[in-house]
Design a protein around this ligand. Structure first.
Ligand code: ADE
Length: 229
């Protein structure tokens, strides 16, 4: 599988390190993904490369103009492309949505700035609007990076260890269990005995209990309508 991402943003430098580092960088070098950030201003044809204007009807802030966005998408899009707009009022990003998006071939991700984009962009150019949480960022560029990171993990072979995903499908229903590594005793803070016991059944049972307890405390909503022993 090969998944392509093109980010349209006024701040491509915000994600340049992200796109070449760690797993995303490795995924690009392995040919599993291609991910680039483009300067939206490059598609503004006026002398000052203007990408925003005052809103019709008045009000605070600036609105991103439609022309550079349409021009950029029209140049980058292929027959199978999907266009995503990162916005705090979009549908929430979840593992379920990431699993849907990983089926696509090419995602063009528009990162908004100012008070948002002209509604005609949202009505006529965008296929899906996605939020990474109930808070407002100064612009959507980091949100686009989060989406790329989260979707790429579902590409077969991307993690290099398919077990991580299998374990995760369990972890998306419950929160994670505590992990420990060496040393077993660090300044008197000791690793739970059971993890040193070599008893795999007892370890699995302990981890599940920890998951249920943590979920009960922090995310009781996940346990609603579910039965765990
Ligand atoms: N742009 C600004 N805030 C955002 C959010 N929470 N999710 C996605 N895009 C955004």
């Amino acid at each position: 599988m090969h998944l392509e991402f093109d980010i349209l943003t006024l701040f491509p430098e915000m994600v340049e390190g992200f796109l070449t580092s760690s797993m995303i960088g490795r995924g690009q070098r392995n040919g599993l993904i291609r991910a680039e950030a483009h300067q939206l201003r490059d598609w503004a044809t006026d002398k000052h490369h203007k990408t925003d204007e005052m809103p019709f009807g008045g009000g605070a802030g600036m609105v991103m103009k439609p022309e550079p966005i349409f021009a950029a998408v029209e140049q980058l899009r292929k027959p199978a492309s999907k266009v995503i707009y990162m916005a705090p009022d979009g549908e929430p990003l979840t593992s379920q949505l990431a699993r849907e998006l990983v089926q696509e071939e090419h995602l063009i991700i528009l990162s908004g700035h100012y008070e948002g984009v002209d509604q005609r962009v949202r009505d006529h150019l965008i296929d899906r609007e996605v939020s990474i949480g109930d808070y407002v960022l100064t612009n959507g560029t980091l949100a686009a990076a989060v989406l790329i990171d989260c979707v790429s993990r579902f590409i077969p072979g991307f993690l290099g260890d398919e077990k991580s995903l299998t374990e995760e499908s369990f972890m998306t229903t419950l929160l994670g269990f505590p992990q420990y590594t060496r040393p077993a005793d660090y300044r008197g803070m000791c690793v739970p005995e059971v993890l040193l016991s070599g008893d795999h059944g007892a370890i699995a049972k302990w981890r599940r209990e920890q998951q249920i307890e943590k979920t009960r405390q922090l995310r009781p909503d996940i346990l609603d309508n579910r039965e765990f022993q």
